[in-house]
Every structure is written in structure tokens, then in C-alpha cells.
Design a protein around this ligand. Structure first.
Ligand code: DCP
Ligand code: MG
Ligand code: MG
Length: 604
């Protein structure tokens, strides 16, 4: 008994978590095979420029590897079918569908690149354990090594349950989306990722903590450890630390001589298969960009053509994303003839959100708007390049790097209003409106990088610093009288709102009762999609018998069912902090930080 404890105390003694890493098999190739089933049984390569970026498993039998030159691939497999994979649109769509499918388990999901996700199923397993007989747990899929002895902390059983969940996840992704995947199951992200490809394709592998150290030794080069990049590898090699075994055997004090203390500790831990980094729920990307590389471009008009083509494609991506960009970045890779090297340089500029408009929730840009964006890109280009001298570029890139922030959690009132209110853009309001009308002080731009978390019911994001010069929007906003009388004309989603401002919006909507006592069809209801039919039913008979007098019943009835229930529960029993019991056991009795309740405040 003592022996087992000492075995588990030697290394990473904290085994409480259960992490699944999922990677799609030959991702781009599968997207193409799903699009054209005739490609399924032929050796297939996905080509970008002169490289085969991936190949299906049929082609891999011939030796066609990822990132092979097309010419080399055709040598080993003359029958190789090549499909151009330079347009990433469908790959991105597939990627986000897989991510969304994994959210169904209500666990944190962190997207890593296009075809990988980490899922932290620790809490889900704790819930399952409450209702199951622990002794009956069987592992699904492969195991890296059978355990010599059961770990006293119970991690083996937890990981066995995780292997079953991983299998369910793979099944769902296959049944609903058609993709075969591999998963790795471990007590940390590092091991889950590294163990994942052990039985590729279409299979899964679990590793128990006791085998972490020995498994890491099978990796040989330190470069195989995911968070060790080229520079760190070089620094390690310069200290004659080449293999994972070298790193494991190098004393921490020795590593600290060459790396910062934190870095030394991290490197040592990684070599032993230890990793305490959390699975961070992914949200929308910080930036949306595209790049085009080529041999050389030395003429300004050609650069403009490249930007124009990139912009067209970028606008498609931004439309899909749905956020309004407020900053554009240009990246150039310059070839330095003297140094025979190339280096990247970037410049960015704020852009007016008024270039974009939201029509029925769809982001659009007029031709004139596109010309403006192109002009901004060229202005940035002019700043990066001295046109009095010859230049040689090997890459141009365009990216939208900052976005108007908005709270996008499921229960976000802004999100709700944003989807359902058809309206006039506040950005287009003239400033000469009646100042006696209710006014609001909004800042419509976010100068900081957007860190919108798309899938969490988080707090209202902190109000960003005010831009130094916001000349495209009046600092103090005011509304025409009829807009106050019909507050649904507010395009809330186009505003930067903090919680105080949200309260103002809610109050404004609640106040509309005083001006419009006759119930009328809410624009929100008119705009509901078919998918909201069940919600419509709730709206029709959603009379609020327990509403306090300050609540506008029309506004209340237009809220989604779960929000209505939450409010009703709270009004029925004001002392209850929970309001309403939600379906997820994790949420039971837990006050939601972003509860709708805080927006329904009696105005003083
Ligand atoms: N990819 C790319 N350039 C690279 C590597 C990959 O464009 N240098 C793209 C093509 C891949 C996708 O990313 O389909 C996912 O990368 P993976 O490394 O996961 O490779 P695959 O999914 O293609 O194959 P595997 O079955 O080995 O995971
Ligand atoms: Mg893959
Ligand atoms: Mg991958």
C-alpha cells in the first residue's frame, strides 16, 4: 500500500483532472472527401502552392506525407489526385462545426488550430461518479500501458470514464458531421495531445499518470514537446540538451543558469510529462487575417491587386464572424537583397466602424466602403515602403485586428437585443437631435484587442479605454423623441456598452411603458426565425403575473423563455439567489454573474 503511494508521490502527484485532446484525421482531405465522395477511395493530396499540405490515408500508404513537395509526392504516388486547398473557407466552417458539436458536453473546450480541441471533462466525470458504481468502469480504446497498480487517488477510473466520453464525442462528430477523429485522454493537456496520434487514424488512446515519464522518453527530441519552439530548442541544444532524456536528467539548477527560473521549472516539468495549464474556453479569434506569399512583387499596382483580392476574401470571413472590425493591419515580408533574408513588418490603423453596417444581423460593406478599406491598406503600405527605392516583397497580409466588443454569451441581453431588434444605426444619428430627450453616453469603439468570449456567460466586458480621438461618433449621444418613444429603434449591438449603460438601455425599454401602454407587435417577435417558434408560443401566453409594476410586460414577453423563468422565480422569491434551477447540474444554486436580473432595475 505504502509502495503505491510513494510511486504516485514521486512525480506529478496531482491527477485530479481529465483532459481529452481531439484531432481530426487528415482534416483538409476529409473535408474534400465529404464534399466529393468519389475522392474517398483514391489517393488524395491537398495542394497549396507547390506543397501537399496533407493527404488522405490512402495516399499515405504510398508515402505521401504532410508538407511534401508536389513533385516529390507525385514521384512516390503518380496516381495522386490533387485538390487545391488554398481557399480555407470550408475548412474553417468544418472546424467551427466540430467545435460547436463538442460544446454539447457543457465542458470547457479550447480550440487549437483548425482541427484540434482540448476538452476538460473533469467536472462532468465528478457528476457521473456520483451516480455510478466505480468498480464497473471499463476503458474504451487503447491504453498506453496497463497500470501496475491502481492509483490511490482514483484517477484510473476517472480516466476510464473520460475514455468513454471521448468515444461518445468521436461518435457524435462522425455521425453528425462525417469526420473520423483521434483522441488522447490524460490528466493534463500535454500528455493528452502527445498520446492522441498513437493509434491514428480513427482511434483513441489513454495514458495513466504513472507512465508519463517513460512515455516522454519515447519522444527523443526536445522539439517534439509542443510548447518547446525553435528558439528554445536551439538554446537547449547549445547546452547539449538534445533529447527528452537529457532534459529529464539535467538538474533544475543547471537549467536556471541558462533560462529564467520560471522557464527552467516549466521545461523540467514538461520533460517529465507534467503540465498544469488549464483548458481555456475558446471564443472568437483576436484577429481575422489572410496572407498571400509569392516569389516577389516589386510594383505598387501589383501590391494593390493583391490587397484587393485579399480584402474580398477577408470580408467573407468577417461577415461570417459577425463582429464589426475597428482596426486594419497590413503585413509585408520584405526581401533584403543585401542580407539575403526576409523579414516581416506590420502597421495598423483604426478604421471607422461606419464602413460596415448590420442589415438584419448580416455585416455588409458597400463598394465605397471597400474602396476606403483598400485606400487605408495602401496608406499603410506607403508608410512601410520607401517608394523612392526599389522594393521586393514576398508576402502581403491583411487582418482585421480589433473589433467592437459586445457581450455575446447566451444569456446576454445585448445579444438578444442585437439579434432581434430591427433598427436605425445609432452611428448614423445626427448630432443635432433634441438634447432634452433621454441621452446616453456611449463609446462605440474598442481600442483594445477584442477578447470577446463567445461561449461563456461571462461578465460584461470591461469598458475599454476611450480612444484619443473619436471623431466619427458624437461623444454624447442623444435620441430623437420618437426614438425614445420607440426604444426598439436602438441598435444596441452597435454600441459599446458597459453594465451601467446596459441598465440605461433596460430602463429606457422599461420606460417605454409610460409612453406606449397599448401592447403592439414587438419588432423582436416579427423578426424571430422559424427556429424560435417554440419561443413564440411562450411569448403569446407568457403573461407575467408576478412582474413588479416597473416592468414593461411587452418587453418581458419578448424575452427568451429561460430569462422569463429566471425573472419570475426571482420576483416570486426575492430572497432566493438562484432564481431558477437550470438544467445543468453545475449551475444549480449558483447565481449567474451575468444574470438578466441585474438589467431589470427599478428606476429611481
Ligand atoms: N496544415 C497546413 N499546413 C501545415 C500543417 C497542416 O495547412 N504545415 C493543415 C492541413 C491539415 C490541417 O492543417 O489537414 C490539420 O493538420 P494536422 O497536422 O492535424 O494534419 P491532418 O489532420 O491533415 O492529418 P492527421 O491525420 O495526421 O492529423
Ligand atoms: Mg489532424
Ligand atoms: Mg492537427
Amino acid at each position: 500500500m505504502d509502495t503505491s503511494i510513494s510511486v504516485y508521490n514521486e512525480n506529478d502527484s496531482e491527477h485530479s483532472r481529465c483532459i481529452i485532446h481531439m484531432d481530426v484525421d487528415c482534416f483538409y482531405a476529409q473535408v474534400e472527401m465529404l464534399r466529393k465522395p468519389m475522392l474517398r477511395n483514391v489517393p488524395l493530396g491537398i495542394q497549396q502552392k507547390n506543397i501537399v499540405v496533407t493527404s488522405n490515408y490512402e495516399a499515405r500508404k504510398y508515402g505521401v506525407q504532410k508538407c511534401m513537395l508536389v513533385s516529390d509526392a507525385l514521384k512516390v504516388c503518380p496516381n495522386l489526385t490533387l485538390v487545391n486547398g488554398e481557399d480555407l473557407h470550408d475548412y474553417r466552417t468544418a472546424s467551427s462545426k466540430i467545435f460547436t458539436a463538442l460544446l454539447g458536453w457543457k465542458c470547457p473546450v479550447e480550440k487549437l488550430g483548425m482541427d484540434e480541441n482540448f476538452i476538460d471533462v473533469t467536472n462532468l466525470i465528478q457528476e457521473k461518479l456520483k451516480t455510478m458504481n466505480e468498480t464497473s468502469v471499463t476503458l474504451t480504446g487503447h491504453i498506453y500501458n496497463e497500470p501496475s497498480i491502481e492509483c490511490p487517488c482514483g484517477c484510473h477510473n476517472r480516466l476510464r470514464i473520460a475514455s468513454q466520453i471521448a468515444s461518445e464525442m468521436r461518435k457524435k462528430v462522425y455521425d453528425e458531421l462525417g469526420f473520423t477523429t483521434c483522441t488522447g485522454i490524460a490528466h493534463n493537456k500535454l500528455l493528452a495531445k502527445l498520446i492522441c496520434p498513437l493509434h491514428k487514424p480513427n482511434d483513441q488512446t489513454t495514458i495513466f499518470p504513472e507512465h508519463a515519464t517513460s512515455f516522454m522518453l519515447s519522444l527523443t527530441s526536445v522539439r517534439s514537446i509542443p510548447s518547446i519552439g525553435t528558439k528554445t530548442t536551439e538554446a537547449l541544444i547549445s547546452q547539449k540538451i538534445i533529447t527528452v532524456r537529457d532534459l529529464q536528467e539535467t538538474p533544475l539548477e543547471e537549467l536556471k543558469k541558462h533560462f529564467s527560473s520560471d522557464m527552467a521549472v516549466r521545461l523540467k516539468a514538461l520533460s517529465l510529462g507534467e503540465d498544469s495549464t488549464p483548458v481555456k474556453q475558446s471564443g472568437k479569434p483576436l484577429s481575422i487575417g489572410l496572407e498571400d506569399s509569392f516569389k516577389t512583387v516589386s510594383v505598387k499596382s501589383e501590391v494593390e491587386d493583391k490587397f484587393s483580392a485579399l480584402l474580398q476574401r477577408l470580408l467573407v470571413l468577417v461577415r461570417e464572424d459577425g463582429r464589426i472590425p475597428v482596426s486594419l493591419r497590413v503585413t509585408l515580408r520584405k526581401k533584403d537583397a543585401k542580407r539575403l533574408s526576409s523579414h516581416r513588418e506590420s502597421r495598423q490603423s483604426q478604421i471607422s466602424p461606419s464602413i460596415f453596417s448590420l442589415t438584419n444581423g448580416v455585416l455588409t460593406v458597400t463598394d465605397a466602403g471597400q474602396q476606403k478599406l483598400l485606400a487605408i491598406a495602401m496608406r499603410l503600405f506607403n508608410k512601410l515602403i520607401d517608394l523612392t527605392k526599389p522594393f521586393h516583397l514576398t508576402l502581403v497580409g491583411l487582418a482585421f485586428t480589433k473589433f467592437q466588443e459586445r457581450m455575446t454569451g447566451r444569456s446576454s441581453i445585448v445579444n438578444y437585443l442585437m439579434n432581434d431588434i430591427s433598427v436605425q444605426s445609432v452611428l448614423n444619428l445626427s448630432n443635432d437631435c433634441d438634447t432634452s430627450a433621454t441621452s446616453m453616453d456611449y463609446s462605440a469603439v474598442s481600442p483594445s484587442s477584442s477578447t470577446t468570449t463567445d461561449h461563456s456567460d461571462g461578465e460584461v466586458e470591461p469598458s475599454p479605454k476611450k480612444p484619443k480621438k473619436v471623431n466619427w461618433i458624437a461623444k454624447r449621444r442623444c435620441l430623437a423623441k420618437e426614438e425614445v418613444a420607440s426604444p426598439s429603434k436602438l441598435k444596441v449591438g452597435e454600441l459599446r456598452l458597459n453594465s451601467k449603460e446596459l441598465e440605461k438601455v433596460s430602463e429606457l425599454r422599461l420606460n417605454s411603458r409610460d409612453r406606449s401602454l397599448t401592447p403592439r407587435a414587438s419588432p423582436a417577435r416579427e423578426n424571430m426565425s422559424d427556429a424560435s417558434d417554440s419561443m413564440k408560443d411562450v411569448v403569446e401566453d407568457g403573461a407575467c403575473n408576478v412582474c413588479p409594476s416597473y416592468v414593461d410586460k411587452e418587453v418581458f414577453s419578448a424575452l427568451p423563455d429561460d430569462m422569463q423563468q429566471e425573472l419570475k422565480a426571482m420576483w416570486k422569491n426575492p430572497s432566493s439567489s438562484a432564481g431558477v434551477t437550470r438544467s445543468s447540474p453545475r449551475n444549480v444554486n449558483k447565481p449567474k454573474s451575468n444574470s438578466i436580473r441585474k438589467y431589470f432595475v427599478p428606476h429611481k
